[in-house]
Design a protein around this ligand. Sequence first.
Ligand code: RB5
Length: 165
Amino acid sequence: MAQSPETILIASDHAGFELKEKLEAELLSLGYAVLDLGPDSDASIDYADFAHPLAQRVSSGASQRGILLCGTGLGMSYTANRYPHVRAAIAWTPEIAALAREHNDANVLVLPARFVGDDDGRAILNAWLDTPFAGGRHARRVAKIERDEHREEDSRSHSMNDPHD
Ligand code: RB5
């Protein structure tokens, strides 16, 4: 029986809309299924309204991978990285996209659409899609991102430096 294609999520704001449409076509031509979480035009909207639904799906495990686009990539990455298990990487070259997979197991690719041309966008997307996570020492490092003891250390060191504590 033929395996059903992986569904990749995609969303943007108005600044990323045009490149979103092009990358969606690229994904379809590569044989992926795409769930486009909007928007459906380049009318001005707020990036967080489109980042939250995509990050929620990846965080819950309902989807494995997603792509977000805004002007700089910053607003989308700030929003997506608030979610547990989401590792959203801004990539502006194919090399960074490949390293974001190989070293950081990035499950969300964020593109700075105002700084990336169409061909570069497609090359970045392909590098991210095709590069496996290397595991090993990188798995140990990725696991530490969400370790609670590091958060506790942080809050203790802040309170030690607080003269009002
Ligand atoms: C929209 O003008 C712009 O602020 C947005 O696309 C993004 O760059 C925010 O991080």
